[in-house]
Design a binder for this molecule. Structure first.
Ligand SMILES: [Zn+2]
Length: 247
C-alpha cells in the first residue's frame, strides 16, 4: 500500500477492509470488502423522504435530489449478485469490485492512524485514529445492515463513509443533533443550503479545496478522538437511534 495514496491492488484486498475510491477531486466513495469479490456500500437511494426502513425516523433531513455517492450504472453488470439491494430503496448495496471502483482504483482506509498521519492528510475521508474491530465483526455488521437497511442518506450525518466507519468500529455518536463522523464531511463548513439540497460530493469538492477546516477542528471530530461515541451492537442500532430522539 502506498503511504501517501493508500492505493492497493486487488490482490492486497483483505476481508473486512474499508476501501474507497476517488469519484472526483476531494470526494471519495466508501465500502466494506466482504470477500469473494463483493463490496457492501451505502449510496443515496434518491427516494422520497419518509420511505421506511430501520433508522429512517432517526436520521434527519435527507438529500433526495443529489447523487450522494453513486449514480446507477447505465450498463447492467453481468454478475447476478451485483447491485443487489435486500431492502428495496435502502441504498445498502452489494456490488462487484469493477462496479464499485468504476474506472478508478482501490484505496484502503487507514485505522489506528497516528495524529501526525491524520493531520498530514490534506483531504478528509482517508484515515482515522479509531481502531478497527476484527474482520468477522466488520462483515457481520455490513451483512446485517444489507439485510435490514441502514437509514437515509444524509450529507452531514449519514453518508457512505459513516456507513463504513460504523461497520469497522461499531461506534455511534450519542449526539442526536450532530452525528457527522465522516472525515470528508468534517473537512467542510456546510451551509444550511448544503444541508438542504447539495450532495456530499459537490460540497466536499467545492469546500475542500477552498476553506478546509483547521487541523485542530478536524482532529476534534475524528472518530477515534471524540468522546461522545459509544459502541452499539448492530442488532441494537435502530432501537439505540430511536432512544436518542426521546432524550
Ligand atoms: Zn458489478
Amino acid at each position: 500500500m502506498g503511504l501517501i495514496s493508500q492505493k492497493i491492488e486487488r490482490s492486497e484486498l483483505k476481508d473486512g477492509d474499508h476501501i474507497y475510491n476517488w469519484r472526483m477531486p476531494g470526494y471519495t466513495h466508501h465500502g466494506i470488502y466482504v470477500g469473494e469479490g463483493k463490496i457492501i456500500h451505502f449510496v443515496n437511494p434518491k427516494r422520497k423522504a419518509g420511505d421506511g426502513n430501520l433508522l429512517t425516523k432517526f436520521i434527519g433531513s435527507s438529500s433526495t435530489s443529489g447523487t450522494g455517492g453513486e449514480q446507477e450504472e447505465k450498463t447492467p453488470c453481468s454478475k447476478s449478485f451485483c447491485k443487489l439491494e435486500k431492502v428495496a430503496g435502502s441504498g445498502v448495496k452489494l456490488s462487484c469490485i469493477d462496479c464499485f471502483i468504476k474506472k478508478g482504483s482501490l484505496h484502503r482506509f487507514e485505522y489506528k492512524a497516528s495524529r501526525t498521519f491524520l493531520l498530514a492528510k490534506m483531504v478528509g475521508g482517508t484515515c482515522t485514529t479509531a481502531e478497527s474491530d476484527p474482520p468477522e465483526e466488520v462483515i457481520h455488521r455490513a451483512n446485517y445492515l444489507h439485510e435490514n437497511g441502514y437509514g437515509k442518506y444524509d450529507l452531514i450525518n449519514n453518508n457512505c463513509e459513516d456507513f463504513a466507519l460504523y461497520c469497522k468500529t461499531g461506534l455511534w455518536s450519542t449526539d442526536k443533533w450532530y452525528q457527522g463522523r465522516s472525515g470528508q464531511a468534517n473537512m467542510i463548513h456546510p451551509t444550511s443550503q448544503d444541508k438542504k439540497d447539495k450532495d456530499l460530493g459537490e460540497s466536499v469538492h467545492r469546500y475542500a479545496t477552498a476553506i478546509p477546516r483547521s487541523f485542530s477542528k478536524r482532529q476534534n471530530k475524528d472518530l477515534g478522538l471524540r468522546e461522545d461515541v459509544v459502541k452499539v451492537p448492530v442488532e441494537e442500532l435502530a432501537s439505540f437511534c430511536a432512544s436518542l430522539l426521546l432524550k
